[in-house]
Design a protein around this ligand. Structure first.
Ligand code: G3H
Ligand code: 13P
Ligand code: ZN
Length: 331
């Protein structure tokens, strides 16, 4: 059993309190490898932002759970070496069982998500409460979820999406004791968040997605004043990356995300954690494809992963500075 406190990590409690009071959101960036971790930490140090490092079960399978945990420990030391002791949370993204959450808590995670959103309500309550009861013994914070997001990724998929029902949130939070609540108000996982027929097109033919349901968010905030709310599926799918990918041998069709202005608006509310993974995947892929096309003789991984990492860092800084408002929040 390793305590996250001994690794220099923090849980989300204080972070979320400050974010709600300050009208900004904490970035939750997924990582699976060293370059992503370096980009996240160097970006957040440079713009003085707190950060949540997220590990999905897909990431655990890909990179090895132990290595990822040591990388997070390394991230704390790396941030200090870069000159700023920013608060860093190590968070399990979309935990799907008590055993997985327990395993992460036991190996040094400071926060876990138990995603029972696909279960019948009472089963979601029971599973979430079981995780909270275990986690709180070790001062680990827990994110639960109510409502089902659309979209498909490796380990996260849903056929039937539905918005969070504001009339359920007080009962869920009270019965489970969760520290934060992920909600469904129209965000979606992946790079194809909406079908073209759900969107309109502007004069340049760019797809414009349906707006987020801020009315539902407001109704939830009325039920749970000051309670930390989380948005998953919040990549914006920058069209410049889609274009680079598609002009360098890629084939992304109808890729569309959540407009950044809407996320900025959400970040000013009780939304205090915003999950971004796909945008980073797009940034990396765009740069790797560009190097391969521009310099087909290149075969040193540092020569394509390096530019991908630089672009990722730029993207993350932009998110903190211009979208989430988390930059400059660490003294
Ligand atoms: O919401 C899911 C995250 O983007 C992680 O995706 O399961 O493919 O690692 P993954
Ligand atoms: P995106 O696919 O929009 O980046 O969402 C990531 C996410 O919600 C991770 O949990
Ligand atoms: Zn998610």
């Amino acid at each position: 059993m390793v305590s996250y406190k001994d690794l220099g990590l923090v849980n989300t409690r204080e972070m979320f309190k400050k974010a709600i009071e300050g009208g900004y959101a904490i970035p939750a960036f997924n990582f699976n490898n060293m370059e992503q971790m370096q980009a996240i930490i160097s970006a957040c140090v440079e713009c003085s932002s707190p950060v949540i490092l997220q590990v999905s079960s897909g990431a655990r399978k890909y990179a090895n759970q132990t290595l990822l945990r040591y990388m997070a420990q390394g991230a704390v030391e790396y941030a200090k070496e870069l000159g700023k002791n920013i608060p860093i949370v190590l968070h399990l993204d979309h935990g799907n069982s008590f055993e997985l959450c327990k395993n992460c808590i036991d190996m040094g995670f400071s926060s876990v998500m138990i995603d029972g959103s696909h279960l019948p309500y009472d089963e979601n309550v029971a599973l979430t409460k079981q995780v909270v009861d275990y986690a709180h013994q070790f001062d680990v914070t827990v994110e639960g979820e109510l409502g089902v997001l659309a979209g498909v990724e490796d380990e996260v998929s849903s056929e039937v999406a539905h918005y969070t029902r504001p009339e359920e949130v007080v009962d869920f939070v009270t019965k489970t004791g969760v520290d934060s609540l992920a909600i469904s108000i129209g965000t979606s996982h992946g790079a194809n968040k909406f079908k073209p027929e759900q969107c309109t097109r502007n004069e340049d033919g760019i797809l414009l997605p349906p707006p987020l349901r801020f009315d539902i968010l407001e109704a939830i905030e009325e039920q749970l004043p000051g309670f930390p709310i989380v948005l998953h599926g919040s990549s914006s799918v920058p069209q410049e990356y889609v274009k680079i990918i598609n002009t360098h041998g890629g084939a992304l069709k109808d890729a569309v995300g959540i407009p950044e202005e809407q996320l900025r608006k959400a970040a000013k509310s009780a939304v205090c954690k915003i999950n971004i993974d796909s945008d980073g995947r797009l940034a990396m892929t765009a740069m790797v494809r560009k190097v391969f096309v521009d310099n087909p003789a290149e075969f040193d991984p540092r020569k394509y992963l390096g530019p991908a990492r630089d672009e990722l860092k730029k993207l993350y800084m932009h998110k903190c500075e211009n979208v989430l408002g988390s930059a400059g929040r660490v003294e």
